[in-house]
Design a protein around this ligand. Structure first.
Ligand code: CA
Length: 236
């Protein structure tokens, strides 16, 4: 067993010249059990990359001493380190997508630091270097709600939910194990509940369940209580 490796926090190099943005990202990264390392210029980033092993680079496109695009190319010439671009302009997104720069993802400013850390985790998972804290020692919470972005995370991955799905799942997350009738779910999720919406609740439960199973194929947390309604099981 490789104890050293599993306890090692992932190092995230943040290359961003705006201090407020860099601070926000650093805070979010730290909260997620990873180590932020900050460089305000491409030059500083170059030096830090030589000193530290880096697991992922968050790279602003507009840097004072270089274009993020050029710096990305430079990095790619000698390294496979995952890169997430930060961009403030739509035209830059076109360039990121259009040019084959070898970036792994991008985020358009303004963005939610939570969303960024979710993407960092997703990339580290994909590239086989999962973040300790999301692994066996300290499992990712089954559900997390971000009210600001109206996003629900299941095991660390963001669910893409409609408004109704969000409101129904949110209610059940707040009352785990409690059985909710279709009427109760309807009343909570819909502004104008109507008896004919019974089927709609079933339909939304069905899509919710399939969205949860996209993240965890064995997910059984959304349970049907025949004759009663539905409930969310959060205990294993
Ligand atoms: Ca900038």
């Amino acid at each position: 067993m490789d104890v050293v490796n599993s306890n090692q926090r992932k190092r995230i190099l943040i290359v961003e010249d705006e201090p407020a943005i860099a601070d926000n990202i650093a805070f979010a990264v730290e909260t997620e059990n990873m180590t932020p390392i900050h460089a305000a210029t491409a030059g500083a980033a170059r030096g830090l990359l030589q000193q530290h092993p880096i697991d992922l680079v968050v790279l602003d496109v507009g840097l004072p001493d270089a274009s993020g695009f050029d710096f990305c190319r430079e990095l790619r010439a000698g390294s496979e380190v995952p890169i997430i671009f930060l961009t403030a302009r739509a035209e830059e997104i076109d360039r990121i997508v259009g040019l084959e720069l070898g970036a792994d993802d991008y985020m358009a400013k303004p963005f939610s630091p939570r969303e960024l850390t979710a993407r960092i985790r997703a990339i580290l998972r994909r590239t086989g270097s999962a973040v300790p804290g999301s692994g066996s020692s300290q499992p990712e919470p089954l559900f997390a709600i971000d009210q600001k972005t109206k996003t629900i995370y299941h095991k660390g991955a963001a669910l893409n939910l409609s408004r109704y799905e969000f409101r129904m799942l949110e209610l059940m997350i707040r009352h785990p194990g409690q059985v909710f009738s279709r009427d109760q779910l309807m009343e909570h999720a819909w502004e104008e509940p109507d008896a004919s919406y019974d089927r709609t609740v079933d339909t939304h439960i069905k899509t919710l369940r399939s969205k949860l199973r996209k993240i965890d194929p064995d997910s059984e947390c959304l349970q049907t209580r025949r004759g009663w309604g539905y409930c969310l099981q959060v205990q294993p």
